[in-house]
Design a protein around this ligand. Structure first.
Ligand code: NAD
Length: 364
């Protein structure tokens, strides 16, 4: 049962660097719970390779029931590219939870930080709001079966699903967010080619825009948008787009901000939400205490903010802001991993953020 003075989360560390960055994120969550008296209950379980070895599947069906009895989950990155055969237990856990919990909004902020070298022409602070439940994703846009069909060994057809209902709800999530930020939404699409599907997407976004007259709206074709965000990212606030464009564009904006390891990401529905780093399992640096934990730590801050918004809890909102502020202070002080200019390992970076959160002034 959701409560404004408690939150119950399932923690699944994942593959590759997952266990290392999840341990760092858990240290920070525990610090936030102590400092802000959040009553956070973290229940640890496994998914990914550890689960495949022990249970014969990367994600057990009963995990869904566990998460449904909670408020959401923290999901570490998974080596999904290696899970080739669902019949042998290789299910993509990210898809599994996004689809079964109807986590329709993938919210992926990207911003520059003082002291962190970045790849953009200017400082910026924007959010990509990506539709998460349909589009070109063969594994989630059909009730049963996938939407990639091998017609002959040399011919494949990939189908994209676009529905008015999903366009409308992602647009509403984007406009609500923009109303609380810089009041600007950019609709990103490819309606010059995908005339029907992206035509529906633009129409639904424009309908929702009419309910938010204080929010400025513009729209861009995805290819041109890639040039615009590289050239002048500061002109953007909230970018709303369909699934695959959002997936790609948000990696670009995260990397522009300094590192893919700096991009937080929450997958939000109405009843549940899932914190998930924007990057993958980075097997090339796994087990070396080199992985940047900021993405998952910032994702957990977003998860607390989602809970705050759902329950109108100023305390959870303050805890979320404290984690973000602690990350900002840590990167400015060089207390971070080498990929963002610091000299700390993963565990020490997490411990440093946790310590800053515990010492953080300010309350709800
Ligand atoms: P990746 O994001 O794991 O790594 C790309 C590059 O970025 C690598 O050089 C890696 O070392 C670096 N990197 C990533 N995260 C980092 C971090 N936190 N700190 C420092 N450096 C970091 O992408 P990939 O190599 O293409 O994929 C590896 C596996 O992850 C694949 O199996 C892929 O399918 C999977 N994947 C999973 C998710 C997810 O679970 N959400 C997302 C993307 C990719």
């Amino acid at each position: 049962m959701a409560s404004s003075n408690s939150m119950h989360l399932i923690v699944l560390p994942g593959d590759g660097i997952g266990p290392e960055i999840t341990a760092a994120a858990v240290a920070v969550l525990e610090a936030a719970s102590d400092r802000f008296d959040l009553g956070l209950r973290l229940e640890h379980d496994i998914a990914g390779y550890a689960s495949l070895e022990r249970h014969g599947t990367t994600v057990r069906g009963e995990l869904l029931e566990k998460v449904r009895a909670a408020d959401g989950l923290v999901l570490g990155p998974m080596s999904t590219f290696d899970y080739t055969d669902e019949s042998k237990g290789g299910v993509n856990p990210s898809m599994f939870f996004r689809k079964n919990l109807d986590l329709f909004a993938n919210v992926r902020p990207a911003r520059t930080y003082p002291g962190v070298p970045h790849h953009a022409a200017q400082d910026f602070d924007l959010v990509v709001v990506r539709e998460n439940t349909e589009g070109f994703y063969a594994d989630r846009n059909m009730e049963s079966g996938g939407s990639e069909i091998l017609v002959t060994p040399d011919v494949c057809i990939s189908m994209r699903r676009i529905t008015r209902a999903c366009c409308e709800r992602i647009a509403r999530a984007a406009f609500r967010l923009a109303a609380a930020r810089k009041r600007h939404v950019s609709i990103v699409h490819k309606a010059n080619v995908l005339k029907i599907g992206d035509g529906i997407f633009i129409e639904e976004c424009r309908k929702v825009a009419a309910e938010f007259p204080e929010v400025v709206v513009d729209d861009f074709i995805i290819d041109a948008m890639c040039a615009h965000v590289v050239r002048a990212p500061a002109r953007f606030d909230v970018i709303v787009t369909t699934n695959m464009f959002g997936d790609i564009l948000s990696d670009l904006t995260a990397e522009l901000s300094g590192s893919l390891g700096l991009g937080g990401s929450v997958n939000a529905g109405t009843r549940y939400a899932m914190a998930q780093a924007a990057h993958g399992s980075a097997p090339d640096i796994a087990g070396q205490d080199r992985a940047n934990p900021f993405s998952l730590i910032l994702s957990t801050a977003q998860l607390l903010d989602w809970h705050a918004d759902r329950l109108g809890s100023a305390t959870f909102a303050a805890a979320s802001r404290a984690i973000e502020a602690a990350v900002e202070e840590a990167v400015a002080a060089g207390e971070s991993t080498p990929d963002v200019g610091g000299h700390f390992g993963t565990a020490a970076t997490g411990a440093g953020i946790a310590q800053r959160v515990r010492a953080m002034a300010g309350t709800a």
